[in-house]
Design a protein around this ligand. Structure first.
Ligand SMILES: [Zn+2]
Ligand SMILES: [Zn+2]
Length: 157
């Protein structure tokens, strides 16, 4: 894997980062929160260990979102242009959801699954063969074994 394959930045370029490995799993999330927060029909999130996101320039700032569940949802943004770079659901600080479209080459991290398709907009058709779930899915079934092991490793730290 080339070093530059997974580099990313905000819109203005003040914050630059790099994923040091491929993500564990990639979600396309069609929930209403993602639609509201992105202004688009879905968000594409690469789930990866926080310590595999290397900030190379700038200092992202944390913004707190409200959630129905009351569970914390922090979005880390560029302080200048406010582009959302990654989310930390639950404020666990070990795993983040990187906004794939902020990567320089988003096509390297296509969605593994589409979730919350119960609120998928009718003007968007899922690609043929896409794995889609009304709400969520069973991780043990869908995640590759090595990704499950990576997740287990960070959550048991
Ligand atoms: Zn920026
Ligand atoms: Zn969502």
């Amino acid at each position: 894997m080339s070093e530059t394959k997974h580099s990313g930045s905000c819109h203005c370029g003040q914050v630059r980062y790099r994923l040091t490995t491929a993500p564990m799993f990639v979600h396309a999330c069609h929930c209403r929160d993602c639609q509201k927060q992105t202004g688009g029909p879905f968000a594409v999130n690469a789930l990866i260990e926080r310590d595999r996101v290397m900030v190379e320039a700038g200092v992202p700032v944390r913004t707190e979102q409200t959630t129905d569940s009351g569970r914390p949802h922090d979005i880390w943004r560029c302080p200048a242009c406010q582009t959302a770079l990654w989310s930390d659901y639950g404020r666990r600080e070990v795993m983040v959801f990187v906004r794939v479209m902020t990567l320089e080459d988003p096509d390297r991290c296509p969605p593994d699954v589409h979730i919350f398709t119960r609120t998928k907009r009718p003007f968007f058709d899922l690609p043929p063969g896409a794995k889609a779930f009304d709400v969520f899915y069973d991780m043990e079934t869908e995640w590759p074994a090595d990704s499950l092991a990576r997740r287990k490793a960070i959550l048991s730290r």
